[in-house]
Ligand binder design. Structure first.
Ligand SMILES: [Zn+2]
Length: 428
């Protein structure tokens, strides 16, 4: 991992072996503080959408926690938070994740990586550890794309993977643009764009995340390491029909967009099964959405993922062709637009081997797993050596209030992350 070099004014100390010394209150106490923020009392799920009051509460909580630990927090031009432990300098070791959620999401996705990072700092500070290189805790904005439709928006903007003008013009379901939402939250949207200076200062990025899927439980492992991320994308399908009376309009006369949409959702499942991919219509907006009215329009979002890019493309082409044919049968118009695409990601092997070695010394064996879930780490990986640590999810359920990780596994994540940070940030 060439970009993590040694140097700096702090004299070297013998390497410390970490583990076993965690005060168990630290993680649990932090967790309890964050837990109520943005949680819907009716569903028990989280609605932490970017640039809303729930998002502001999460940001304020993180800033207060980081400040309490002596870290210096900055909000960058894209709305990402960076909390510096130690003076700013080159070869920073960055860890963190996100605090936003999908609609009625679970509490662990993203938040686990942020809370674990704070608890890992506690553990290291409790041992009087002083990093030779800066350690930075990062919180990326709009990772889920739940409000503005593009996932990992904060890390895409940071790395130049999305045009600032295109980002500013993104709208939520109420028609509010990202620019308007940011401005309303007191953040200048005019400064969106890549930050080469920040990226150049990062020696490595390590994101800890709750496992999304169930690969660790059968292996009896609390922790895992990522080898890569499947390519994935989002497509917006607009089925245009004609509103009519659900009682009086003859079936033969209708132009009902719900029918080709429903057939397309089934075709997506079939195409995914045939191709070894996954394809999901999880968001649908129906107009006018009346029980006694034939719909005038159906907007539906397709999420498609596969082990390689050609398979994603092939799957989506099959689904689009099916939709065209169903629309022709029902006199319905169709437009399909790609909203985002993320190529396959392979994480840095040298960094992964180094993390695995550190974890082994700390007493963890961490299997290496692929993941079909997108992460900010996927965008950082294009620019800096990047790795991911997973914490076991006993049921594998994610993007749901049922998402879970057991406290002992979360605490194992804290010890593991602390060991990794101490190794990477030196002194060696
Ligand atoms: Zn996440």
């Amino acid at each position: 991992m060439s970009s993590v070099s040694s140097g700096g004014a702090i004299p070297p100390r013998p390497p410390q072996r970490l583990g076993g010394n965690l005060s168990p209150q630290t993680f649990a106490e932090l967790w309890r503080e964050l837990e109520p923020l943005g949680r819907d009392p009716g569903t028990g799920g989280y609605r932490r959408y970017s640039w809303t009051p729930a998002d502001a509460a999460c940001r304020a909580w993180f800033i207060a926690q980081a400040t309490k630990r002596g870290l210096t927090v900055e909000t960058d031009n894209n709305g990402n938070l960076w909390a510096w432990w130690g003076p700013k300098g080159p070869n920073a070791i960055v860890t963190g994740s996100h605090l936003d959620s999908v609609p009625d999401g679970g509490g662990f996705d993203g938040a686990l990586g942020v809370v674990t990072a704070l608890a890992a700092v506690d553990l290291l500070q409790d041992k009087s550890y002083i990093p030779e290189r800066p350690v930075v805790l990062a919180v990326f904005t709009e990772e889920e794309g739940a409000r503005f439709g593009v996932s990992c928006l904060g890390s895409r903007l940071l790395t130049g993977a999305v045009e600032p003008d295109a980002a500013r013009a993104l709208t939520d379901d109420g028609g509010t643009t990202l620019a308007e939402a940011m401005a309303a939250a007191g953040h200048d949207p005019g400064r969106l764009g890549p930050r080469e200076d920040l990226l150049d200062g990062i020696g490595a990025f390590v994101e800890l995340h709750v496992e999304q899927g169930r690969a660790l439980a059968p292996r009896g492992a609390a922790l895992g390491l990522a080898d890569g991320i499947w390519p994935h994308g989002r497509w917006r399908f607009e089925f245009g029909g004609r509103a009519d009376h659900a009682g009086t309009a003859r079936l033969a006369d209708r132009r009902d967009p719900m029918l080709p949409y429903a057939a397309t959702a089934l075709a997506a499942r079939q195409a995914a099964e045939q191709n070894g991919a996954v394809a999901t219509f999880g968001k649908v907006i129906v107009e006018p959405n009346g029980t006694n009215a034939v719909a005038s329009a159906v907007r539906a979002w397709l999420d498609a993922r596969a082990p390689d890019e050609a398979t994603v493309e092939d799957t989506v082409t099959t689904i689009r062709s099916a939709a065209i044919s169903f629309c022709e049968q029902h006199g319905v118009t169709l437009s399909v637009r790609q909203e985002s695409f993320t190529p396959v990601v392979r994480f840095d092997e040298g960094l992964r081997d180094r993390i695995a070695a550190t974890l082994a010394v700390a007493g963890f064996s961490a299997p290496v797993l692929p993941t079909a879930a997108g992460h900010d780490a996927g965008f950082l990986a294009a620019r800096v050596p990047t790795g991911m640590l997973f914490v076991r999810n006993p049921t594998g359920i994610s993007h749901s209030p049922a998402e879970h990780a057991d406290l002992p596994d979360c605490e194992a994540g804290v010890r593991a992350l602390a060991a990794v940070l101490a190794d990477l940030a030196g002194p060696k």
